[in-house]
Design a protein around this ligand. Structure first.
Ligand code: ADP
Length: 518
């Protein structure tokens, strides 16, 4: 263990064996109590309201988020019977990019939180592109110039509210992503901090310096005085106010949701990757402690090393993954439960030449074609629903391959295995097909709450609940390992070529002009 790191609350004691993980997501807040053996002793969940003031705008009530976290935390601690003396640490993971501004003195949020999905600043992003700032922003932040990130959202708030910029410059107002907001409230206003993974999603943070970028803050008119202190993901983020969770508990781990999942999956070193197969899918490929070269269509983002320290990753997103199965179920009625897709895929030897590109909301990494739409090609008289369902599962695997191939520009950056999580990773057929398509093993842990476990790991390692990262990983368990079929590579290549033709067809459809039927 690194002897220079402060430990709280002093020497590691066997009796402090519980970690509280707070997983603050886009639709709800979850709190979990986890013990040293990696068991989830209790969980509590609360949804909160989504606000859509205008088309393209999405807001959350930051106060409601706070109360949902405070209440689920209390509930989980009580349900686990977690005595005060056993509470070692708190780990926080959160929806990223969502932007909150509050008054330091009262601790109250001053406006609704602008959620990552909110597109209100797309005009401003177009303007910044026209001004020629895209490349500069890209090289400083690793991000693409898009409303998704916090920078233009915060700029919008400062422009929309007269006097805020001056108050912020005077130190009276604070900005934060959801992690900072929760840390501030949990510590009774004593700590205003964030971690490097969350900071890297704000578009105000320099990946190279590891701190706020004065040029970017100037560009967006953001006073440095309103920004949180940036810290590594495992470390001291203050101690909770006893009035809040009943006792003083140190906050020792913080990371954005995707980076927490990567950490929870044991993705600590160059070449480690995880994919979360949910509604969409999110893939992170760890590139080590040095920032990799920029890759077109792929984000570079901060990630954690084995101790929560600064490292880097490539990030890609597939907009529709499990949602394609949902659509076949709810839109077309081809199946009753998502899990049925596994048996249906097995019941046919192939898709019989059918490809389904589920670009229902456009295409993400690496194509970035917002106008592309869902496309089914290769139908014949013999095509059956089983073929279509199988094609939807295959599309998840092929899309993952597309993302990884886009990232593989550096010959030294070799993918060793892919770690899977998310709802659709329960599908054994899909996991095997994924391993065959990638030609590397796909590993699925026994645990399901990887994001929360990652936050718990970051905090519990710092607290000494686990002395070494491997101990934490062993507690988490590995359930299944899917090895690639050593004989399937030729057939795979042909299938992948077919998939690429289908993707090109979907993109082509979005771009060819309507000739009026003449
Ligand atoms: P999110 O967190 O994005 O809401 P989840 O991780 O809960 O999503 O995963 C749900 C998605 O996974 C749904 O889109 C569903 O269709 C899909 N899914 C769930 N189980 C399976 C399965 N066994 N096979 C294929 N897809 C599945």
């Amino acid at each position: 263990m690194d002897p220079t790191r402060p430990k709280w609350p002093g020497p590691v004691s066997d009796s402090r064996d519980l970690v509280l993980a707070i997983d603050q997501g886009t639709t709800g807040s979850r709190a979990l109590v986890i013990d040293r053996a990696g068991r989830i002793l209790s969980t509590a969940y609360r949804e909160f309201r989504q606000h859509f003031p205008e088309p393209g705008q999405v807001e959350h009530d930051a106060e409601e988020i706070w109360t949902s976290v405070r209440d689920t935390t209390a509930e989980a601690l009580e349900a686990a019977g977690a005595a005060t003396e056993r509470r070692a640490a708190i780990g926080i993971t959160n929806q990223r990019e969502t932007t909150v501004v509050w008054d330091r003195a009262s601790g109250r949020a001053l406006a609704p939180a602008i959620v990552w999905q909110d597109r209100r600043t797309s005009g401003r992003c177009a303007e910044l592109k026209a001004l020629g700032h895209e490349q500069d922003i890209r090289s400083r932040t690793g991000l693409v110039l898009d409303p998704y990130f916090s920078g233009t959202k915060l700029e919008w708030l400062l422009n929309a509210n007269a006097g805020w910029r001056d108050q912020a410059a005077a130190g009276d107002l604070a900005f934060g992503t959801i992690d900072s907001w929760l840390i501030f409230r949990l510590t009774g206003g004593r700590v205003h901090a964030t971690d490097h993974t969350n900071a890297s999603r704000t578009m105000l943070y320099s990946l190279d310096s590891g701190d706020w970028d004065p040029w970017l803050c100037d560009l967006f008119g953001v006073p440095l005085a309103m920004l949180p202190d940036v810290r590594v993901s495992s470390g001291d983020f203050g101690v909770t106010d006893p009035g809040v969770v009943g006792a003083e508990v140190p906050i020792l781990g913080v990371a954005g949701d995707q980076q927490a999942a990567l950490f929870g999956q044991g993705g600590w070193e160059r070449g480690d990757a995880k994919n979360t197969y949910g509604t969409g899918s999110f893939l992170l490929l760890h590139t080590g402690t040095e920032r990799g070269p920029d890759v077109p269509g792929v984000l570079t983002t901060a990630a954690c090393d084995r101790r929560g320290g600064r490292a880097f990753a490539y990030e890609g997103s597939v907009l529709v993954a499990g949602a394609a199965i949902q659509w076949l179920r709810d839109g077309l009625g081809l199946l009753e439960y998502a899990a049925e897709s596994e048996e249906m895929a097995r019941s046919v030897g192939s898709t019989d030449g059918v490809y389904f590109v589920p670009a229902l909301t456009g295409l993400g990494t690496p194509w970035w074609e917002p106008e592309a739409r869902g496309t089914i090609v290769g139908l014949s008289r013999g095509s059956r629903r089983e073929h279509l369902v199988r094609a939807a599962l295959e599309a998840m695997a092929y899309s993952t391959l597309d993302v990884l191939q886009a990232m593989a520009t550096d010959p030294d950056l070799e993918l060793r295995s892919l770690r899977a999580d998310g709802g659709a990773s329960a599908n054994d057929w899909l996991m095997q097909f994924q391993a065959d398509v990638l030609g590397v093993p796909v590993r699925r842990p026994a645990a399901t709450e990887l994001t929360a476990l990652g936050a718990a790991g970051l905090a519990g390692l710092e607290a000494g609940v686990w002395a070494e990262p491997e101990e934490f990983l062993a507690a988490r368990g590995l359930e299944a390992d899917f090895e690639p079929d050593p004989h399937g590579s030729r057939a795979r290549e042909e299938d992948v070529r077919g998939w690429r033709r289908a993707v090109r067809t979907a993109i082509h459809w979005a771009h060819i002009e309507d000739d009026g039927g003449g």
